[in-house]
Design a binder for this molecule. Structure first.
Ligand SMILES: [Zn+2]
Length: 213
């Protein structure tokens, strides 16, 4: 599909797939099978690149009801953007013509929670590797702790999840000359979305052109 499909068409496919998931309907044609596997061995044209969280409750292909070869997926705790994530998105857009990039965060994200706890009660013995994730989340959520939200931890987490998604979207849009150029010249679209663990609904809340929001 890749080169033939625009960002907005891709977005519509993701929305439809998520609606099926929420309604407990599966696209039978998307179920993995031998024929499709062999067909794809020769090449892929994923229609969207998704940067999601590693959380076991948010498997990207399942929540969008997509099969083999449909989505180029990058998963990392807290859906953070480090150079390897930027490189993966550049790769998908350049190699496969993928025109839609989605940062998919989710409610009650553990990585955000750890970051908020760390900011409130710093622990000395945190591993350096985990720290590298917390460090990337910290700038987007730090300001929230200076507001009245610090008295309402549930609400704080809700706002922090969204702030972190927005920060990742922003980083992808502006952290790479390659991606900036694709946005300017080739209608690449980078949007932010939040998955609700409770309802299964994906809310595309950041960067979607207004008439489609
Ligand atoms: Zn998470």
């Amino acid at each position: 599909m890749g080169r033939l499909i625009s960002a907005l068409e891709s977005l519509a496919l993701l929305r439809e797939g998520n609606q099926r998931f929420v309604a407990d309907i599966r696209n039978q044609e998307a179920l993995p099978g031998r024929d499709r596997r062999l067909e794809l061995a020769a090449g892929q044209e994923p229609f969207a690149a998704i940067l999601g969280c590693s959380d076991s409750r948010v498997p990207v292909e399942i929540v969008f009801d997509q099969g083999l070869g449909a989505l180029f997926v990058i998963r990392v705790a807290g859906n953070i953007v480090a150079p390897s994530q930027v490189g993966s998105v550049e790769f998908a857009a350049e190699q496969f013509g993928t025109r839609l990039v989605v940062v998919l965060g989710h409610s009650r994200c553990g990585a955000i929670n750890v970051t908020l706890s760390q900011l409130q009660r710093p622990k000395e013995n945190q591993s350096r590797n985990l720290h590298s994730i917390v460090d990337l989340i910290r700038p987007s959520v730090e300001d929230l702790l200076a507001t009245d939200l610090k008295y309402d931890l549930d609400r704080l987490l809700v706002c922090a999840v969204r702030a972190n998604i927005r920060a990742s979207v922003n980083h992808l849009r502006h952290g790479s000359a390659v991606i900036e150029q694709l946005i300017r010249n080739d209608h690449l679209l980078v949007v932010g979305a939040e998955y609700s663990l409770e309802t299964g609904v994906v809310d595309f809340f950041d960067g979607v052109p207004e008439d489609l929001g």
